[in-house]
Design a protein around this ligand. Structure first.
Ligand SMILES: Nc1ncnc2c1ncn2[C@@H]1O[C@H](COP(=O)(O)OP(=O)(O)O)[C@@H](O)[C@H]1O
Ligand SMILES: O=C(CO)[C@@H](O)[C@H](O)COP(=O)(O)O
Length: 611
């Protein structure tokens, strides 16, 4: 008996549907849906999809606006500059609110949800206090979560998040233990970064030994959210686990030497089991959710992952695609082959659905928040005005009559990740200036353009290095040495893999991807056509797809993520590509940007040397 035949019988009447789905409980019901959550920097969002991958519900809780009692700004609390945290309880309350909203505003029937997965802002960590596991396993359905999981549930009540840059000391110590930054990158996919969880754990281990000792379990933001649905500690997935400096990116297992350095011998227990792969099932939904919200017992929980891996999943990349996510952070994401090399200014992560492949990533802290800051300062807090200013200046900001007098700007309001730099720096005609001369176009327009160009120029230079172009556009001596080493050892990407070293197009995602002027500038700087998919919440969609992937794999209906996507597209009679072209590179502008690369790299070096 085939599955379409059974579904066909079920569709004839409600009675036959009842009989068929009772007899074959593992069969996907046509009205099954999959819930994807995205706990990112500024919001908790939900995306619900059906078996055809159509979005049936999307909503969000905004931390600053909807939870003012936690006093966050842009979703976080910044203490003396480099320390950035979030009250963990705020995330719990946000989940209560979002689920309540789904029921109240949409009359959502939770009994239809067959699987749940999630995406979390990467690197952030949650410290469960001793005894929290008992609380989690005996949640009372007559109460919301946040009144039961009070602050005493967390040994550290404020979770350090990805914007925290206070662990430089711990980073250098970790690199030293393994023989330097490149060695650590070879082992874990990245050199030591301040926001990576291992270094955050090391700081707590050293500076708050009592709180560390009373920590029963450490979760990432992603596995923390999964834990709330499971009623017991959820494992960390391999893709998000790659953002910790603790996991061997080749074997995808915890690396004992690194665990010991960051959190002593007890860290192994505090992290729980080895990381798990996407497409697996970590358990069934906890009774609390069944009794309180009407979820069904067969609702499965798939591994929750990082928001960037989930974005990659939602885009269903074709060879030659690259994702540029313009969320709170800006990231560039690539599908990379199994033997891809790690560099010291990008990240190599385990791929979230392909256990043999990798994902390359660049991450910029000064993304949307700095764009908003410049918009407020120079464009009357208005995106339309910002876009008019951006379009009003020729590329490079050179005034007519003097094309050599280009204007470059670097805007790092927070400590930047790549390059490791800070402050606002402007250059005009090769010389540093306090402020641009306005000349014809005006100071405001030059700042807006310089900001956007330098953000995208950095992506251009570094993406080409990640792909092994070896164009020599390195930004510091260490990078130059790495480039030389790779040339000498012949460490280039394996072209046999289904992955070209040249990019074909950009798929844009994140909140700022709804801005057409930004996307056109991206196309011109990168010299690539830019596409978007109709949903801007790509991480939530990716999470919902991961939930469905785990369900169909468990039922043996698809072996790989690609199988599932191909099958669904065939069922929908789709064209094969859901992405809309929104920006074509303008050859005249492209030529100007190509000519600006060397000077951009030179000036960036000056800015970095100043730190
Ligand atoms: N039209 C726009 N142009 C540029 N940026 C925008 C626009 N609309 C929203 N944004 C930016 O998008 C960001 C939120 O993106 P989002 O992907 O939802 O963030 P996150 O997932 O990190 O919470 C905000 O910081 C906001 O400034
Ligand atoms: O630190 C990183 C990636 O390494 C950030 O990209 C976080 O994952 C936050 O994501 P958004 O909230 O900006 O989507």
């Amino acid at each position: 008996m085939t599955l379409p035949f059974l579904h066909g019988v079920a569709q004839r009447s409600p009675t036959s549907a009842f009989v068929i789905y009772s007899l074959f409980p593992t069969l996907a019901r046509p009205d099954d849906v999959y819930l994807g959550l995205d706990l990112s920097t500024q919001q908790l969002k939900c995306t619900v999809i059906n078996n055809q991958h159509h979005i049936v519900l999307e909503d969000a809780v905004n931390f600053d606006k909807d939870l003012p009692e936690f006093a966050t700004r842009n979703g976080a609390i910044e203490e003396d500059g480099d320390v950035v945290t979030v009250p963990t309880l705020m995330w719990v309350k946000a989940l209560d609110m979002l689920i309540e909203k789904m029921r109240k505003d949409y009359g959502f029937n939770f009994g239809r949800v067959r699987g749940i997965a999630g995406a979390g802002q990467q690197h952030g960590s949650v410290y469960w206090a001793r005894g929290a596991s008992d609380l989690l396993s005996s949640l009372n359905p007559s109460q919301p979560l946040h009144t039961q999981l009070g602050e005493a549930t967390f040994a550290i009540p404020r979770s350090p998040i990805w914007q925290d840059a206070s662990t430089t000391e711990q980073c250098r110590a970790l690199e030293e233990v393994v023989g330097g930054p490149q060695k650590l990158a070879d082992l874990t996919g990245s050199r030591a970064y301040e926001r990576f969880t291992g270094n955050q754990i090391a700081k707590i281990h050293q500076h708050s030994p009592m709180a560390y000792a009373s920590t029963e379990r450490i979760s990432l933001v992603s596995s923390f959210l999964a834990t709330l649905f499971l009623g017991r500690y959820a494992p960390i997935d391999t893709a998000d686990g790659s953002g910790m400096n603790l996991m061997n990116v080749r074997t995808r297992r915890w690396e004992p030497e690194l665990l010991k350095q960051c959190g002593g011998p007890e860290l192994r227990d505090k992290l729980g089991e080895e990381p798990v792969e996407g497409g697996t099932v970590v358990g069934k939904i906890d009774e609390y959710w069944i009794k309180k919200w009407g979820f069904k017992e067969d609702c499965i929980i798939a591994p929750f992952t990082g928001d960037n891996p989930a974005t990659l999943v939602s885009m269903n990349l074709l060879p030659g695609d690259c994702v540029v996510s313009l969320g709170t952070s800006d990231t560039v994401l690539l599908y990379l082959p199994p033997n891809a090399r790690a560099t010291i200014d990008s990240h190599l992560l385990a791929h979230p659905t392909d256990p043999h492949a990798n994902m390359g990533m660049l991450c910029y802290k000064n993304g949307s928040l700095v764009r908003k800051h410049v918009r407020n300062e120079y464009a009357a807090s208005n995106w339309i005005r910002f876009n008019e200013l951006l379009r009003s200046v020729p590329p490079g900001g050179a005034e007519e009559g003097d094309p050599r007098c280009r204007r470059y700007g670097f805007y790092y309001l927070q400590q930047e990740i790549v390059p490791f730099a800070r402050g606002v720096h402007r250059f005009e005609g090769g010389e540093e200036v306090e402020e641009f001369s306005g000349a014809k176009h005006g100071i405001a327009a030059h700042n807006v353009r310089a900001l956007i160009e330098s953000q995208f120029m950095s992506m251009k230079v570094r993406t080409s290095r990640m792909l092994g172009d070896g164009d020599g556009n390195d930004v510091d001596a260490e990078d130059a040495a790495e480039e030389e080493r790779r040339d000498r050892d012949g460490d280039r990407l394996d072209d046999d893999y289904d992955h070209p070293s040249k990019l074909r197009r950009v798929l844009a995602a994140g909140g700022a991807s709804r801005n057409p002027a930004l996307l056109q500038a991206l196309a011109d700087v990168l010299d690539l056509p830019v596409h978007v998919q109709s949903e801007t919440n790509s991480a939530g969609l990716g999470a919902a797809l991961l939930a469905r992937y785990a369900v169909v794999r468990e039922k043996g209906e698809a072996a790989t993520f690609k199988d599932m996507m191909d099958q669904t597209r065939k069922d929908k009679k789709g064209t094969g590509d859901d992405h809309l072209l929104v920006g074509r590179p303008d050859p005249v502008k492209v030529a100007v940007y190509e000519g600006m690369v060397d000077e951009f790299v030179r000036l960036e070096k000056i800015v970095v040397a100043r730190q």
